[in-house]
Design a protein around this ligand. Structure first.
Ligand code: SF4
Length: 911
């Protein structure tokens, strides 16, 4: 048996490069390291990251993370040397050389697991390793030497998964009213005997019961807007009445979040509500959009040969995971977020059902399908934990039979943005080619098992003549939509068909009128005063869309009639397939109707409810998509109409619902409550934290705007003074990259690791996990980090914002600004963003920290965004650095000595 301890290893970080051989670890130069890894496979950790640090993207080798994914599928680990060391029971390395030296030992411990009797993931390992061996996976030989050959053939993955069970439809929820004090009593039960009573939380639970009272009037739900400051414990505050109502009424409460972190936290809180695990699986269900889940049919295709090279290795590792996954959720579930990025994302998205090509009951895995399982589980659950987009889409499309009657929107300050994207219309090349593929089927080079509507409905239409005629007409009409290579043809001025011609006209208008932006990012221009070629192209495209709309509608009606008057040959499988096609035709037909409506106004009067513009989507100068965009001027109008009004009770809550204002006008407007026939109830509980002593705000006055060197220097000095633990927030990716490039190596030499969104080839969730796990690490990022990072404790003790987060001057922003009171609108947006960013700092009792704004141009009127009592000072950079250092002395001085320590309980959060 080959000893792994004798294998060479490579460790590359911003601090340097280490090669590990028989004599231990030694520093090496870039060239030597590249030669070494090219000659012999080395043990390493995260090959794409190592490749980036080496400046040699082609690096490959024996990646410990791939081995971990094979041996411990569906298990969480922080994907760093300290993270893996802690997982396998080794000491945290004291420095980078020690980290390098540890790599073979980690490999040894991981491989030793294969011989342990109680290894939980043994089933399936032999078979998959044999396939991986054929695919040339580096670890396969070492794994194979240590794996016992199973006595009997292993069951295939697909036979090991549990099927879902069909259940009768749930009866409507009973009409009940929670009695006085019942919600509070349930809260006390959930928080446990002996736990300290939090008055704000008690009051919140009592107030939240309002959303579960019987509704008095149709289309007039009981709505409560509740601002509960950080530290109140609002999740248990609303889960108390929600779970009680669900039990007593036999109904379902949808709890909707904006971030995956909060979804995971709610899932974890479920243990208090239903301690028994088996019961809990039935009563508390996490539900996401179908594009998040693994499609078993796509996986089977990929495992059986439609993927090749590295993508084929990924498919096998995903196959390992699927057998042990809790719910098959590939995005934010128990598939490690870092796994697809190890394969440079090759193939991962093709394993989900992104394009609505599911064949439902026609699929051999239908009874075990993760998507179907999640959907069925949610039908009978007490609590369904979902996200804003899914709740809005489901409610708007009337997907859920009885509808969504009780909804809790947590992170309610994001409702406006979620509604904005949910109710948006995009008529672009990418959207239209997708529709063409859905109807006609795959084109020449497509990967996997995609089939068009025609193939999926072949048997149905062979029995139903009218249906066959409509389907034929739809396929003909879809042929006028853009096809493979459309973008190239449009850019070269050689469009094919009316839609491609339209996008060529759009592109030419955008290039003529858009304000030239830096760095080759998106271009856009208002849809106003269109020139004659654009008006003509829009008219021709409208005719083509209408020609498609008619047979789509006819086909849908025909299929509905077939279901209604079910003929003998319509077995359960065909019925499910027809139902799937009807649902698809419904929402895609809705999209075509919205496109037609948008085109009909080109050259005519604008609709005051909408903001329309044309854009060319680009990244670093490369064009990606072209088309029209339409947004509601106020997206809370469709939100109120389609989602809130039909419900019986809705609770909207957030720590910053009022956006830093004392009154409720902003909250009413941003949540859709202002459009409801009856006024909402309001509740407010201030945070119990003493912000005045826990945090201070420093506005630095002497870092010149536009001076990148000065900006980078300021970041480096502040991070050093804090000893890491810094979240650096940027308003532009280009500046983030420029600062990161200037300071990463310098900080690494002081043992202060720097992680960066948009730079490191790692998904954002994993970056946050890595940041949380190492109190000396710092993290740079943009909007997603400003709004969603939840890192309690000393790992986050300094937030540095490079600029005032003004909204980007887009067509959409200009229209909303005009409608929303001009600069007052901008101020509201900025204050909400500042409040969110500041909110990252103090997550639980005892947290302390400093918020630094590196912009002297921060107007004083915006500073009310911070909690009352927090001291705000305008200071020089020198002064800011010494205050940050002093804060470290008084609070986190010990942190500096704890480099690399893994923090327990990564999901802990106090809201
Ligand atoms: S039922 Fe649909 S989504 Fe599920 S595995 Fe089959 S094809 Fe994929």
């Amino acid at each position: 048996m080959t000893s792994v301890l004798s294998l060479p290893a490579l460790h590359a970080s911003h601090a340097g490069i280490w090669l590990v051989g028989p004599d231990g670890a030694r520093e090496a130069g870039r060239g030597e390291a590249i030669r070494a890894v090219s000659d012999t496979p080395h043990i390493l950790l995260n090959a794409p990251l190592a490749g980036q640090r080496l400046g040699y993207a082609e690096v490959s080798g024996l990646d410990l993370l791939e081995l971990f994914a094979f041996i411990h599928p569906a298990r969480f680990v922080v994907p760093t040397v300290p993270g893996l060391a802690s997982f396998v029971g080794l000491d945290t390395p004291a420095d980078e050389a020690a980290a390098a030296a540890l790599l073979p030992a980690i490999a040894g411990r991981l491989l030793a697991t294969l011989g342990e009797e109680d290894w939980a993931a043994r089933e399936g390992a032999w078979t998959i390793n044999a396939t991986l061996h054929r695919l040339g996976w580096g670890w396969a030989g070492l794994v194979g030497q240590r794996l016992r050959r199973p006595e009997r053939g292993e069951r295939m993955l697909f036979s090991r998964l549990e099927p879902w069970e069909e259940a009768a439809e749930r009866p409507p929820a009973r009409v009940i009213r929670l009695g006085d004090g019942e919600a509070e009593a349930r809260l006390a039960q959930l928080t446990g005997a002996g736990s300290e009573t939090r008055e704000g939380q008690r009051a919140f639970a009592g107030a939240a019961a309002h959303a579960f009272a019987p509704r008095d009037r149709r289309d007039a739900p009981n709505v409560l807007l509740a601002e509960a400051g950080t530290g109140i414990g609002k999740t248990l505050g609303y889960l108390a009445p929600a779970s009680l109502w669900a039990e007593k009424a036999g109904g379902t409460v949808w709890v909707s979040t904006y971030t995956k972190a909060l979804q995971r936290q709610l899932d974890a809180e479920g243990r208090r509500i239903v301690p028994d695990e088996e019961q809990r699986k039935k009563r508390i269900v996490v539900r996401k959009g179908r594009e998040n889940y693994l499609c078993l049919l796509n996986l089977e295709d990929a495992m059986q040969g439609s993927f090749s090279g590295r993508a084929a290795v990924l498919a096998q590792l995903v196959g390992r995971w699927a057998a042990y996954s809790k719910d098959g959720d590939m995005v934010g579930g128990d598939l490690p977020g870092w796994l697809p990025s190890l394969f440079r994302r090759a193939g991962a998205t093709a394993l989900t059902d992104r394009r609505g090509e599911c064949v439902y009951a026609g699929c051999p895995h239908y009874r075990k399908c993760f998507i179907e399982k999640a959907e069925r589980a949610s039908r009978g659950a007490d609590l369904v934990i979902a996200n804003h987009a899914l709740v809005m889409v489901s409610a708007a499309r009337g997907r859920l039979g009885g509808g969504l009657e009780r909804i809790v929107f947590d992170e309610g300050h994001h409702l406006f943005d979620a509604a904005d994207s949910t109710f948006a219309v995009a008529l672009t090349g990418a959207e239209t080619i997708e529709l063409r593929r859905w109807i006609i089927g795959p084109e020449r080079s497509s990967r996997g098992r995609r089939r068009g509507l025609a193939a999926r409905l072949l048997d149905v239409c062979s029995y139903d003549e009218e249906g066959a005629v409509a389907l034929d007409a739809a396929v003909q009409a879809a042929g006028l939509l853009p096809g493979d290579g459309w973008l190239g043809r449009v850019v070269e001025g050689l469009p094919l068909g009316p839609l491609e011609a339209l996008f060529a006209a759009v592109r030419s208008s955008v290039l003529a009128r858009a304000r030239a932006e830096d760095a080759g990012y998106g271009l856009e221009t208002e849809l106003a005063e269109p020139d004659a070629p654009l008006v003509e192209a829009a008219a021709a495209a409208l005719v083509a869309l209408e020609a498609l709309q008619r047979p789509m509608t006819a086909l849908r009606l025909r299929l509905e009639a077939v279901l209604e008057d079910a003929p003998d040959w319509l077995d359960a499988a065909a019925r499910a397939r027809v139902e799937g096609a009807i649902a698809g035709l419904n929402w895609r037909g809705g999209a075509v109707a919205a496109w037609a409506q948008l085109l009909a106004r080109v050259g005519g009067a604008a609709d005051p409810d909408f903001v329309d513009w044309m854009n060319v989507d680009r990244i670093e100068g490369r064009e990606l998509d072209i088309g029209f965009q339409r947004r509601w001027l106020d997206p809370t109008r469709p939100l109120a109409k389609a989602v809130i009004e039909p419900a019986h009770g809705v609770l909207v809550t957030s720590a910053t619902l009022r956006g830093g204002e004392e009154h409720w006008e902003v909250a009413n407007a941003r949540t859709g409550a202002a459009h409801l026939p009856t006024a909402p109830a309001h509740f407010h509980a201030a945070s119990p934290f003493d912000y005045a002593s826990a945090a201070e705000v420093l506005v630095v006055t002497d870092v010149r705007q536009g001076d990148l060197a000065a900006l980078a220097n300021a970041y480096a000095r502040l991070i050093t003074a804090a000893g890491g633990g810094t979240l650096g927030l940027f308003t532009a990716i280009a500046r983030l990259k420029a600062v990161q490039a200037r300071i990463a190596d310098r900080l690494a030499r002081e043992r202060l690791p720097l992680l960066a969104q948009h730079v490191d080839p790692i998904d954002t969730g994993t970056l946050v996990d890595m940041f949380r796990a190492d109190p000396r690490a710092s993290l740079l990022g943009t909007d997603a980090l400003r709004d969603g990072v939840d890192v309690p404790g000393e790992s986050l003790r300094l937030v540095v914002m490079e600029r005032v987060p003004w909204p980007r001057p887009t067509v959409l922003h200009a229209a909303r600004r005009l409608a929303g009171g001009g600069s007052a609108y901008d101020d509201r947006v900025v204050k909400a963003r500042l409040a969110q960013a500041f909110g990252r700092l103090v997550r639980r009792q005892g947290d302390r920290g400093t918020f630094v704004m590196l912009s002297a141009a921060c107007p004083s009127r915006l500073l009310t965004a911070f909690p009352p009592g927090v001291q705000v000072s305008r200071v020089t950079l020198d002064e800011a650095v010494s205050r940050v250092a002093a804060a470290r002395e008084t609070t986190g001085g010990s942190v500096g000595e704890r480099g690399g320590e893994l923090r327990p309980d990564p999901l802990q959060r106090i809201d």
